[in-house]
Design a protein around this ligand. Structure first.
Ligand code: HSE
Length: 407
């Protein structure tokens, strides 16, 4: 029997307990031992839980219990999850987590502590919910040099965009529905402002390129400025709007990383990923494109990934799973101003197309009286911004700008 603890009994934590109880026999047949949930940490009472007698409000009950070898941290947020995780690792307990905020903020440090203590720190559930992505990248694709990773990494925003596009639903109504379905973060601004997707692409970038990428080094935009008008123009250009996290290796060895809404061509594999589903494309130099698809949010999909890490830890109590990256200082990341994209522009004003052609050169445009949308050739953001200023100087009002994802 391997004793474990679960810290947090929210959406994911209750899913972890549920799976461990309902899939007990299946997991026993895999490990050859029972996984026994000895303690569940939460400040709330859960009298209806079948293991209500094992709940505790005191972290010391877990850290001081020598029988507990594996701890699932599914509390979310940085504090006290960071302190608890550190103490568990230092006490020789392996830790698994779905906490992308913590991994993105302190992953390098926690991985180093796990290495020193000869225990495991695993976080399959931190990116892509139920989709296997950390382990495949770390093991199955390890023989590749990764050139690019791009994905739809946030279920809430993908759900909102899908409802806006397909049902004409208002932004607020779609967000409320996503919250009711348990997809959204406690503070949904982390979803809609792009921070959650940013944390996830930071984790994948750290894994792919071996150096920690901190979220505050990454240009991040959310979906709050996307309008139904943009959605319709995107369709006319043969695209859909998706919130994309993308990191690309450049010829000079640096990386170009961003989280932003993008127009994705309909033929792209990422264009047809809807609702709370996530999709992640990994471009390896040997494999070419490999695409991972599945439910990126929700109780049981995410809990399934946490449970897989628990099983992995239980099967490797005395050995380390190799998962590591070094600390980073952001010096390997190019400035967003140098990042090159084709750009979509929606504008308003007399003679907008002629003026845009004069300033931007070759463009693809759709004109509707004074209203116009156009797509430029590829250029660095600094050049694009200069040209936009010139267009504004010609009396054209720029209503929105969105990157075109070459995906
Ligand atoms: N709020 C997150 C999402 C949950 O919507 O994708 C899963 O990380």
């Amino acid at each position: 029997m391997v004793s474990i603890a679960v810290m947090g009994h929210g959406v994911v934590g209750s899913g972890v307990v549920q799976i461990l109880l309902t899939h007990k026999q299946k997991l026993f047949s895999v490990i050859g031992e029972e996984i026994y949930v000895k303690k569940v940490l939460d400040l709330r009472e859960f009298p209806d839980s079948p293991i209500s007698d094992r709940f505790t409000k005191d972290f010391e009950d877990i850290i001081n219990d020598l029988e507990i070898r594996v701890v699932a941290e599914v509390m979310g947020g940085i504090h006290p999850a960071y302190e608890y995780t550190k103490r568990c690792l230092k006490a020789g307990k392996s830790v698994v987590t779905s906490n992308k905020e913590l991994v993105a903020a302190h992953g390098a440090e926690l991985l180093e502590i796990a290495r020193q203590e000869n225990v495991n720190y695993l976080f399959e559930a931190s990116v892509g919910g139920g989709i296997p992505i950390i382990r495949p990248m770390n093991q199955c694709l390890v023989a590749n040099n990764v050139d690019e990773v791009a994905g739809i990494l946030n279920g809430t925003t993908n759900f909102i965009l899908t409802k806006m596009i397909e049902d004409g639903m208002q932004f607020e109504d779609a967000l409320r529905l996503a919250q009711e379905l348990g997809f959204a973060e406690r503070d949904p601004s982390a979803d809609i402002e792009g921070h959650d997707a940013c944390r996830k692409i930071c984790i994948l970038a750290s894994l792919a390129f071996g150096k920690h990428v901190y979220p505050d080094c990454v240009h991040t935009e959310g979906i709050t400025k996307i309008t139904l008008e943009d959605v319709k123009y995107a369709e006319k250009f043969g695209c859909v709007i998706k919130l994309i996290g993308r990191v690309k290796k450049l010829d000079n060895g640096k990386i170009d990383i961003i989280t932003a809404p993008m127009l994705v061509p309909e033929k792209s594999q990422l264009a047809n990923i809807d609702n709370e589903f996530n999709g992640i494309m990994v471009r390896g130099d040997c494999t070419g494109d490999v695409v991972f698809y599945g439910k990126g949010a929700g109780k049981l999909p995410t809990a399934s990934a946490v449970c897989a890490d628990i099983v992995d830890c239980c099967m490797h109590l005395k050995t380390r799973r190799f998962l590591f990256w070094a600390d980073g200082d952001g010096s390997n990341i190019i400035s967003v101003k140098d990042s090159v994209f084709k750009m979509y522009v929606r504008a308003n004003g007399s003679g907008a197309v002629a003026k845009a052609e004069k300033i931007f050169g070759k463009i693809k445009s759709i004109e509707d009286g004074k209203r116009v949308a156009f797509i430029t050739e590829s250029m660095p953001l600094c050049e694009f911004e200069e040209k936009c200023e010139k267009l504004t100087g010609e009396g054209i009002e720029i209503l929105s700008t969105i990157r075109l994802g070459d995906l």
